[in-house]
Write a protein that binds this ligand. Structure first.
Ligand SMILES: [Zn+2]
Length: 277
């Protein structure tokens, strides 16, 4: 049974991958559970069988993501594409070429992603730095790439979603300030509540009721990866609507807080309009 939504339900970070996962069936699950809006984040180049040797090689990755976005829209879901370069690409690329070239390829990939934002085909950039231990020079290169994404976001007045190490990432506040970008346009994906950036919390996060009550601005995400080889590696595509509904039913989340999470914060952060059709 499809639950007809009375309020928008927004997943701030989800992947739909028809080649390696369930594709549109996963998007239908999201909609049936009451989901209405999603931020579709581009997957790493290897998910598309691409090995980038220059920035342009990311174009098929972005085009592929936009073509999935169009198919999902036909299901009646509002889709906001988020394009960029996954920070873990540095490890793969640095194994194939020298680190300076890997850094350049990723920077050019972000430039290409920003072109889609400029043309209105994407709403935000995705960047970050490895969430795992890396050699110092790899971390330095990653931080330069991250700074580049903040500069691009400032230039194009868009938000950036960061995929980074666990914890607050407090140093990124200063990096954003140097780029002239408000920290309110820097979203920490898979966040913990201690971050000074805009937290995007996994839907089952235990702090959601308390943060909702406190009026804290944050969003909710499934981080569903849509990969058949990794079922259950994260929670499923229905998780944001399901957890939201459950918390509303038990009274742990007020309607006002749900509206803030699913409408106000994403609208303000990404400069998009979130309305029920
Ligand atoms: Zn993800």
């Amino acid at each position: 049974m499809t639950i007809s939504p009375t309020v928008p339900i927004t997943d701030d970070h989800i992947h739909i991958d028809p080649a390696n996962g369930r594709g549109l069936e996963a998007a239908k699950d999201f909609r049936r559970a009451g989901g209405t809006h999603l931020f579709l984040v581009s997957k790493p180049s290897w998910s598309f069988g691409v090995t980038p040797k220059m920035g342009e090689d990311f174009i098929p990755v972005f085009e592929g993501t936009l073509s999935i976005a169009r198919e999902i829209r036909e299901l009646g879901i509002v889709v906001f594409p988020v394009l960029g370069v996954h920070p873990a690409e540095i490890t793969r690329l640095a194994g194939l070429m020298d680190l300076a070239l890997a850094e350049r390829v990723m920077i050019e990939g972000l430039d290409a992603a920003a072109g889609y934002v400029a043309r209105g085909d994407a709403v935000a950039l995705k960047s970050g730095r490895p969430h795992y231990e890396v050699p110092a020079e790899v971390l330095e290169a990653s931080n330069r790439i991250l700074r580049h994404s903040l500069n691009l976001a400032q230039e194009h007045s868009c938000a950036v979603q960061l995929h980074a190490e666990g914890g607050p990432c407090a140093d990124v506040v200063e990096m954003a300030r140097e780029a002239g970008l408000s920290r309110e346009q820097v979203v920490k994906h898979f966040a913990t509540p201690d971050t000074p950036l805009v937290p995007s919390l996994i839907a089952r996060h235990e702090a959601i009721p308390a943060l909702g009550k406190a009026g804290r601005p944050f969003m909710m995400e499934s981080d569903y990866m849509d990969e058949n080889s990794r079922p259950g590696s994260v929670i499923g595509p229905r998780s944001v609507p399901r957890f939201t509904r459950r918390l509303l039913e038990t009274g742990e989340l007020s309607e006002e807080a749900a509206y803030r999470i699913h409408v106000e914060v994403p609208s303000r952060t990404y400069g998009v309009e979130i309305l029920l059709a």
